[in-house]
Design a protein around this ligand. Structure first.
Ligand code: CA2
Length: 149
């Protein structure tokens, strides 16, 4: 069994309630339920956490060091700004898959830069809620290869 943390950053709690033309009608709760059920089919125990606060996300990454085999991270707008999150991932030594609902490379230039990408094992973006499912599959394969699951 693999233990996976699905970690969501700022404003993602608003999913499905505002700007449906950009982010769709799927709520964060629906995404979390999808991750729990898809994780089960991969032999993964999925827990989830969302915060609008950079420090709380950093604390969750630090705590994952002893409790989780991998992290699926949508850092929201902190993706494009946070050296602190990048440093937390580097020090946690837990594999992270970066996810985004939207294709950040097809959006405004400031979204093309990710501080998460250099310290993640990979990045999946542009597939809506399916980005999370693909990230769970990627972690399952990665951890099997590493012998952790
Ligand atoms: O596409 C993604 O998943 C993003 O991480 C979403 C972030 C954005 O800043 C990143 O560039 C790409 C924004 C999340 C905000 O979500 C909202 C949802 C509903 C209403 C307003 C914001």
């Amino acid at each position: 069994m693999q233990n996976i943390l699905v970690l969501n950053g700022p404003n993602l709690n608003l999913l499905g309630t505002r700007q449906p033309e950009v982010y769709g009608r799927t709520t964060l709760q629906m995404i979390e339920e999808l991750c729990v059920s898809h994780g089960k089919s991969n032999g993964q125990t999925v827990t989830h956490f969302q915060s609008n606060h950079e420090g709380a996300l950093i604390d969750a990454i630090h705590a994952a060091r002893d409790a989780q085999d991998g992290i699926v991270l949508n850092a929201g707008a902190y993706t494009h700004t946070s050296v602190a999150l990048m440093d937390a991932i580097s020090s946690a030594a837990v594999p992270v898959v970066e996810v985004h609902l939207s294709n950040i490379h097809a959006r405004e230039p400031f979204r093309h830069k990710s501080y998460i990408a250099p310290v993640a094992i990979g990045q999946i973006c542009g597939f809506g809620a399916t980005s999370y499912v693909l990230a769970l599959d990627a972690l399952a394969a990665h951890l099997r290869k590493e012998g952790a699951g």
